[in-house]
Design a protein. Structure first.
Ligand SMILES: Nc1ncnc2c1ncn2[C@@H]1O[C@H](COP(=O)(O)OP(=O)(O)OP(=O)(O)O)[C@@H](O)[C@H]1O
Ligand SMILES: [Mg+2]
Length: 474
């Protein structure tokens, strides 16, 4: 059964309080009882010792006056009036006792008697019918020559002690009950007060859905645990809102990107249909249509790649990939293209470095970066590639002296469909997906991708990947 935090808090609080109060009561009563007993024992011991001197003659005989009480009174005065006194012979037979014992005697158990025979003094609490419980000392009278000649017993009623404890409990127990009831009520109330913001947060959080992600929890709580919970939830909603916006934006961009070639395609077809049907025109229309289909194909393929990577992140194939070989292959691929567009492409440094990952994806990462560098570098410019180890990571740099990227655009170039110059890049054929794919690949390999650029001067893209030895296969 699930109890609310409020119930549990109150329960634990009250249980703890009850246990502490009872524990305190027990410890206190026990100490008090010990103190009382100590005092009673002291008193009966001194009376018993005096009795020894009274009844034992120097000759070793036991002197017992006829009127035992008179002797008692003469020697001990009023003080003994409360004590019950009894003298027994060595066999345990009562020889004399104080009159307040009336027709009863102080009991002596076998154990106590045997202890006395051995010369040991005993203290015990005994009960006599019709009287209060009594504390009794049993003191053997020992003579060196004869051994034990008599036993003195002195008792004191525990009436006073019993009364003290009775009145103590009659106050303490109701006090505990009252304290526990009050504490439950106050605890219940305080728990409610403390947990009220949680209930508010729950209510508000329940109202926030996909449609109103712009809303935030606004409750006036200090920066305590609950305040931090609220602001954490707010941050989470903010991230959700951002992701939602990105998805919406992405869908809009993707549709838009695909719509343009489709519109062009449609236009071409209509013109071809309306035309005179001359083979030259038809061929031109078909060629142009094929271009648009290629473009659409390119976009769809890239979109598919991105979607696949989003899903596959965990399940990427992990094999040893030789980065230097991958770089050389890409270099060979672009050499011709670069030459044609008058760009000097070169590898400055290429070390043999191995990373764990997906051969195809890493090839794609290098392809996109070199493709951009060549694409955005005008005639006569340079593109330099390098691979080296830095701080235990493999570092690939693609550096160009091309058009560069302005500081305003730089933060967005990794966003999907982001292109700096929309009009110009359409000629070059880009869809604005290349760099977002690169970033995705670098990160899914446990690495990073950074861009540094200055408009008009050129750009440097840096990929850092963990080396195979350090990372190990997943
Ligand atoms: N080396 C570079 N020099 C200057 N600008 C660059 C460079 N690389 C990327 N950019 C800018 O960043 C934008 C985004 O690059 P990205 O590779 O994502 O898209 P794209 O090259 O336009 O298209 P795609 O790669 O999908 O064919 C580019 O449109 C371009 O404006
Ligand atoms: Mg690109």
């Amino acid at each position: 059964m699930a109890f609310s935090i409020r119930t549990r808090l109150t329960f634990w609080y009250v249980t703890l309080l009850t246990v502490s109060l009872i524990g305190f009561g027990v410890a206190f009563s026990y100490s008090l009882f010990k103190i009382f007993m100590y005092r009673v024992d002291n008193q009966i011991t001194s009376v018993a010792n005096m009795m020894v001197h009274t009844v034992l003659k120097p000759t070793g005989q036991i002197f017992l006056p006829n009127d035992f009480d008179i002797i008692l009174e003469r020697f001990f005065g009023i003080r003994t009036s409360g004590n019950y006194i009894q003298v027994l012979d060595a066999h345990g037979t009562v020889l004399a006792k104080s009159s307040n014992l009336e027709n009863t005697t102080l009991p002596i158990s076998q154990d106590t008697y045997h202890a006395a025979l051995k010369g040991l003094t005993s203290y015990e609490v005994v009960s006599i019918a019709g009287k209060y419980p009594m504390r009794v000392i049993t003191l053997p009278v020992i003579l060196n020559q004869k051994g034990m000649v008599a036993i003195i017993q002195v008792g004191d009623s525990l009436e006073g002690v019993q009364e003290v404890f009775q009145s103590l409990f009659s106050i303490y127990i109701p006090a505990i009950i009252l304290a526990v009831i009050t504490a439950s009520a106050v605890g219940w109330f305080l728990a409610r007060k403390a947990l009220k913001p949680v209930a508010e947060i729950t209510d508000m959080a329940r109202r926030i859905g996909a449609e109103n992600l712009n809303e935030r929890l606004n409750i006036a709580v200090p920066l305590d645990e609950i305040g931090r919970l609220a602001s954490t939830i707010n941050e989470m909603i903010e991230r959700l809102e951002k992701s939602f916006k990105q998805i919406k934006q992405f869908t809009a961009d993707a549709s838009h990107e695909l719509k343009t070639p489709l519109t062009i395609l449609k236009g071409e077809m209509e013109i071809a249909l309306r035309g005179k049907g001359e083979p030259v025109h038809l061929k031109e229309a078909l060629r142009s249509s094929l271009e648009e289909i290629d473009r659409m194909n390119y976009i769809v393929r890239n979109l598919l790649d991105l979607a696949k990577m989003d899903v596959e992140r965990e399940a990427l194939p992990r094999e040893k990939v030789s980065l230097d070989r991958a770089l050389t292959e890409r270099f060979e691929h672009f050499r011709r293209l670069a030459l044609d567009s008058g760009v000097h492409l070169a590898i400055l440094r290429n070390r043999h470095l191995v990373v764990y990952g997906d051969q195809v994806r890493i090839g794609q990462l290098l392809f996109n970066l070199i493709d951009n560098a060549v694409k955005y570098t005008p005639n006569g410019g340079h593109v330099e590639l390098s691979l080296d180890e830095e701080d235990g990571k493999a570092v690939v740099r693609v550096k160009d002296t091309g058009v560069g990227i302005s500081a305003e655009d730089l933060p967005y170039i990794f966003d999907r469909f982001y292109r700096v110059d929309k009009a110009r890049t359409r000629d070059v054929g880009g869809a604005g997906l290349g760099l977002s794919i690169c970033k995705e690949i670098a990160e899914s390999h446990g690495g990073t991708l950074e861009a540094a650029s200055e408009a008009g001067k050129g750009s440097t893209f840096t990929v850092r990947l963990p080396l195979a030895d350090a990372a190990g296969p997943a």
